[in-house]
Design a protein around this ligand. Sequence first.
Ligand code: UD1
Length: 338
Amino acid sequence: MKNVVVTGGAGYIGSHTVLSLIEYGYNPIIVDNFSNSSPKVIERLEKISNRDIKCYNIDCCNKDELDKVFKENDVFGVIHFAGYKAVGESVKLPLKYYENNLISLLNVVEVMHNNNSNNLIFSSSATVYGDPASVPIYEDFPLHVTNPYGRTKLMIEEILKDYVKANPDFKVALLRYFNPIGAHESGLIGEDPNGIPNNLMPYITQVCIGKLDHLNVFGDDYDTIDGTGVRDYVHVLDLARGHSLTLKKMEEINDNLLIYNLGTGKGSSVLEVVHEMEKVVGHKIHYVIANRRAGDIATCYANCDKAYKELGFKTQYNLYDMCQSSWNFQQKNPNGIR
Ligand code: UD1
């Protein structure tokens, strides 16, 4: 079994990806400092997969510690999820974002290089497209970012493009995620934000469970089907599988730079998500139309033909499944993963 280091493997997308890697016959090794996740996630992953999972409590900014992981294991590849991701915080504390996200990436690449590990998947984001001139968004659209968080994603993409040019034996895949929601069907792992959620789905489930009074819908005067923002929500289990398919592809081909959108290719408005969740919970959800959120765009959804043609990436879950599994996770973990 090939060893795959998953940085941020205890996080939301990372934990689901660990399970997918196991299904696809890889041996995941988690590297996480639990700065935004709970060590309990590891126990839960072991329970779901019914096996031991190796985990190192390490900050990727610590190069020597990271190097030990590669000295102790023969590492085929790395999926680098670890990083700060709160847009608003990044605007207030840009240096925190540049320092953490860039240094950890540089360390990962250097340590991989020193240990002859040559396959890297980087968690990028649809945020690199900024406000696109049109939708759906294709991978060759111009890149433009509007906040420090997004800029770390774009800067890392550029760093890795330079790196593969200089190192033709090193393979990189940039996966641009649209809006992951949903959770594993066990309800043992899922999105577990600290404090009041920034993102739509955890906010809605916390309203449904009574922790928050109502959802603020950020604007109903966009040029969209019902005036509310439209996004490409993708089930985290589909997204996780996209990583395993990408690794398989990297084993087969010689190209050393792969770039894919991972979404569903379909946009849903905020109110469509709310109404789908109402079907799941069986009652109306209290929402209030609020002002637009600074930096938001009207519409963002992917064209995913490239991932379909080249990776065989086809999503299996619809919006109902995403809402149902998010709600299942929220109900089973009213206070998060404790
Ligand atoms: C956000 C980030 C994006 C990041 C992604 C990671 C911003 C501007 N963008 O994407 O860079 O890659 O998270 O998960 O923060 N909404 C409400 N009420 C809420 C929360 C959200 O109406 O309480 C609306 C938003 O206006 C938007 C949609 O729901 O139309 C989705 O919002 P969100 O889940 O925060 O994702 P993005 O903004 O698309």
